[in-house]
Design a protein around this ligand. Structure first.
Ligand SMILES: O=C(O)CCC(=O)C(=O)O
Ligand SMILES: [Fe+2]
Length: 378
């Protein structure tokens, strides 16, 4: 088994247990609930905006989780045998070799690929502790971008009526996509994600507020623990751009004392404000963490905005671009309708208003290759 936290193991264990206790006291978890009038329940809205994250319990049922797991195994099977290889372990063309968009992100086991580097505009200033590994292990894939083109189960999660209704409640009926990803934190290998805030574009905007950079849903296939999950500093989404290096220096450790872990059972889906200070530690635990991650924005946060450079090329996001990218919402809803015909499909207002309808079929499957070149990153 690869390394633990070495001389820091006892402190790490104490930190994990203390974080679990702080998380349990927040009061920001439960099933998706609406009022009789159809609004997202005010207790959920209050807790989300107070904490910067909320855990929706029991959203993905066992049959849906089994679909996701099947796709995960297929994806892992089709990964390049090593970084840069054109084929998988069975000699077939590897996943994403025919794509031009960014897809597979590799890291040495248990390393911190971004902390203290200039990656993503230097938004991860603090290097995380890197547990020792045996020998010089090969890099592994820990993040897959544009994931809806590789997993129909993920696309169906993307069309989930309850989650899309939450997105409409938080970001407005005309909400837009951001991007989608699969995070794979393998036991004894999963890389850490150094502390960061996700937003890049609106920190100095005159109309800045706590929701301007949107949120991510994080659906958990196997659940997540203090050891392998994402940690959040509650309330930090309201603070504007945080001097993360200073926070860590004052704490004297990257185990930030106010942070709490997002704790999920299989099928729970967390909603995390992208402005919240968050990160995750190298997964030295024995448990896999697989997150179906997808974000949404307010339309006014992206329309007419020039951004990009991290997930996609710099561009000005006009209405055509947003419409084209939002076809994935239409495909997700239709793919879900085909798999779960007894469920009432979500009606995405911009599609209804414009009379647009989307059919998930073989033509669509081919057509969405490289769809993430049009991510709406802000
Ligand atoms: O899943 C993780 O460890 C990090 C996720 C994250 O940083 C994000 O979704 O913005
Ligand atoms: Fe993030």
């Amino acid at each position: 088994m690869n390394g633990d936290y070495g001389s820091e193991e006892a402190e790490m264990q104490a930190y994990l247990r203390a974080g679990e206790r702080r998380a349990a006291a927040l009061g920001n978890r439960g099933p998706i609930r609406f009022t009789d009038a159809g609004a997202l329940h005010p207790e959920i809205v209050e807790a989300y905006w107070r904490c910067g994250f909320y855990v929706f319990e029991g959203v993905l049922k066992p049959d849906e989780l089994a679909d996701i797991e099947r796709d995960l195994h297929d994806i892992i099977d089709r990964l390049p045998v090593e970084k840069g290889a054109p084929v998988d372990a069975k000699g077939r063309p590897a996943l994403a070799v025919d794509c031009t968009g960014p897809n597979l992100q590799w890291a040495r086991p248990l390393s911190d690929p971004w902390g203290g580097t200039s990656a993503a505009n230097g938004r991860h200033p603090v290097k995380m502790y890197e547990p020792r590994t045996e020998g010089v292990p090969r890099e592994v894939v820990f993040l897959i971008l544009g994931s809806l083109q590789f997993s129909e189960a993920s696309l169906r999660v993307y069309g989930h009526p309850g989650l899309l209704a939450v997105a409409a409640a938080i970001n407005g009926l005309d909400f837009t996509p951001f991007n989608e990803a699969l995070w794979i934190k393998e036991p004894g290998k999963g890389a850490s994600v150094a502390w960061h805030q996700d937003g890049t574009t609106h920190w100095d905007a005159p109309d800045w507020d706590e929701g301007i950079h949107g949120f991510n849903f994080m659906g958990q296939l196997y659940g997540c623990t203090a050891a392998n999950g994402v940690w959040v500093v509650p309330g930090s989404h309201k603070q504007g751009k945080i001097d993360i290096a200073k926070v860590a220096a004052e704490a004297g450790t990257e185990r930030l004392p106010d942070a709490v872990p997002i704790l999920c059972a299989p099928g729970d889906v967390a909603m995390t404000n992208r402005q919240a200070l968050h990160g995750s530690f190298a997964n030295t635990s024995k448990d896999w963490r697989v997150t179906v991650n997808f974000g949404f924005h307010r339309r006014r946060s992206v329309l007419g905005v020039k951004s990009g450079g991290i997930h996609n090329a710099v561009a000005t996001y006009d209405a055509d671009r947003i419409r084209e990218r939002a076809r994935l919402i239409g495909y997700g809803i239709d793919a879900r309708r085909q798999r779960f015909p007894d469920e009432a499909p979500f009606v995405y207002r911009p599609h209804a208003d414009e009379g647009l309808s989307y059919r998930w079929d073989d033509a669509a499957r081919a057509e969405i290759r490289d769809y993430n070149l049009l991510d709406l990153s802000i």
